[in-house]
Ligand binder design. Sequence first.
Ligand SMILES: CC(C)(COP(=O)(O)OP(=O)(O)OC[C@H]1O[C@@H](n2cnc3c(N)ncnc32)[C@H](O)[C@@H]1OP(=O)(O)O)[C@@H](O)C(=O)NCCC(=O)NCCS
Length: 148
Amino acid sequence: MAEAMKKTPELRETNDFSAMLSLARESGLESDHLTGIVSAYGFYLDGILVGCAALKKGDDLFRVECLAVAENMRGRGLGRTLVARIEKEAVAKGARKLWAIARLPRFFERIGYRISSANDPGAPKNDDCMTCPQFGKSCCPAIVVKDL
Ligand SMILES: CC(C)(COP(=O)(O)OP(=O)(O)OC[C@H]1O[C@@H](n2cnc3c(N)ncnc32)[C@H](O)[C@@H]1OP(=O)(O)O)[C@@H](O)C(=O)NCCC(=O)NCCS
């Protein structure tokens, strides 16, 4: 682990959804599939995925999906960099806002997002959360948004 901390992971586009879902699950997310993904990015260290995020488009809105950083790589700015990359991608695709249904809303607030609600015009629906076993227990998600 100490060796991994010294190296700098490389950011690149990825379509390795299987590795992304594994990392997301290891990071505590209830991710079992990815749909509507426009593009995805990963941080790689010695060929291993140590961070990921995806841009999802659906119902005329753009969302950050499957954001996860391996536990031993956190606190080094990888999460922030991944979301910034997804924002750039969203702008290139014509997005004016980027949304997330955030398990850790405070993280998103730190990087310039504001708390929204499902009643906001254009907000994503968090219906999936209602059937998630973590909902209200280990996860109290919030809808967050940033104007791009
Ligand atoms: C959330 C996550 C992606 C953050 O990754 P990271 O690489 O550690 O984040 P960064 O180092 O880029 O942190 C960016 C900022 O967010 C803050 N931050 C990071 N994790 C945070 C947390 N859990 N709660 C509040 N703020 C947090 C950092 O302090 C930093 O702020 P600062 O620069 O003003 O000091 C990572 O903790 C993770 O994978 N968590 C488990 C999976 C998960 O819950 N994903 C969904 C997130 S909504």
